[in-house]
Design a protein around this ligand. Structure first.
Ligand SMILES: [Zn+2]
Length: 146
């Protein structure tokens, strides 16, 4: 694949704007990280739903099959993990909304985050906190801002 002229911040597959990740995040998420020679360049996480590319740089990319965990934001399946620090799956949030009409996950996770009990940089394959993804999901399920 030639990267000629394209914006290096955009996913080569779906065109979504990538989120910069650290090498630490990448090494932790990849299968067989010791067999990978990472290039000295910037890697980004593709947040595109349904897109098979998980990480990309200007010269290469890693797909879902190269990554140890399932990327919950790319899957609609109820068992897909959304919060990697506290092991919350999409279905857990859907169940609570079904039972109570609302979800308390984002406020409970926020409390834990404030106590310093999370490790998103290494656990979440996107390298960023899951709260934003949780809130988006809750908003989609309840149709409100919280
Ligand atoms: Zn993509």
């Amino acid at each position: 694949m030639e990267g000629k002229g394209r914006d290096p911040a955009l996913c080569p597959s779906c065109g979504a704007r990538g989120i910069p990740v650290t090498e630490r995040t990448l090494r932790h998420a990849l299968k067989k990280p010791l067999l990978r020679e990472l290039r000295e360049e910037a890697y980004r996480f593709c947040p595109g739903r349904g897109c098979n590319v998980v990480y990309f740089s200007q010269k290469e990319f890693f797909g879902r099959e190269d990554v140890r965990v399932r990327v919950g934001t790319k899957e609609a399946h109820p068992s897909a993990t959304i919060c990697y620090c506290f092991d919350v799956a999409r279905g857990d949030i859907e169940d609570e909304v079904k039972r109570k009409g609302r979800s308390t996950f984002s406020s409970r996770i926020r409390e834990e985050v404030e106590k310093g009990n999370c490790a998103c940089e290494v656990r979440n394959p996107s390298g960023r906190c899951c709260l934003r993804d949780i809130m988006e999901l809750e908003k989609g399920l309840t149709g409100t801002d919280g």
